[in-house]
Design a protein around this ligand. Structure first.
Ligand code: HEC
Length: 123
C-alpha cells in the first residue's frame, strides 16, 4: 500500500515536468533582438534606406520601405525569399545568407522605426 507520506510528491513531480516542457517550448521560439540586427543591417541600407530608391536589376523595382512594418511580416517575408516562395533575385540571395535568428532580429530592428524615420538606416 502507498504510504500517505509519499503521495504529495506526485503533484510536485507533475509541476516540475510541466515547467521543463514549458522551457523547451520557449527555447524553440526565436525572439528577435533589434540591437543584434546591427551585425546584418549594413546589408540592407544600400537599398532600403533610400527614399524612392529603385533597384534596376533585372527590372526596375521600387524598393519597399521597411521601417514601421511588423516584425513578424519582415521575418516571414525574408523566410519566403530564402525558400524561393518570393522570387526577387537580389532579395533571394541576401535572405539565403540569413539565419532564422537574423531574420527575427532584422524584423525587430525595422519594426522599431517608422517609414520616414531618419534612423531607418545604420545607426
Ligand atoms: C539590392 C537592393 C536590396 C538590398 C541590398 C536589400 N533589399 Fe530587400 N528588397 C529589395 C527590393 C527591390 C524589394 C522588393 C522585391 C519584390 O518585389 O519582391 C525588397 C523587398 C524586401 C522585403 C519585403 C518587403 C515587403 O514590403 O514585402 C523585405 C522584408 C526586405 N526586402 C528586407 C531586406 C533586408 C532585411 C535586407 C538586408 C539583410 C535587404 N532587404 C536588402 C531590394 C534590396
Amino acid at each position: 500500500m502507498i504510504s500517505m507520506k509519499k503521495l504529495p510528491i506526485l503533484p510536485f513531480l507533475l509541476v516540475c515536468a510541466g515547467m521543463v516542457f514549458a522551457g523547451l517550448a520557449q527555447a524553440d521560439e526565436i525572439k528577435g533582438n533589434a540591437a543584434a540586427a546591427n551585425a546584418k543591417v549594413w546589408l540592407c541600407v544600400g537599398c532600403h534606406s533610400i527614399p524612392d530608391y529603385r533597384a534596376d536589376y533585372p527590372l526596375v523595382y521600387k524598393v519597399p520601405m521597411l521601417g514601421g512594418q511588423s516584425a513578424a511580416y519582415i521575418a516571414s517575408s525574408l523566410a519566403a525569399y530564402k525558400k524561393g516562395e518570393r522570387k526577387h533575385p537580389t532579395m533571394r540571395a541576401i535572405a539565403g545568407s540569413l539565419s532564422d535568428q537574423d531574420m527575427a532580429n532584422l524584423g525587430e530592428y525595422y519594426a522599431a522605426q517608422t517609414a520616414s524615420s531618419p534612423t531607418n538606416k545604420l545607426k
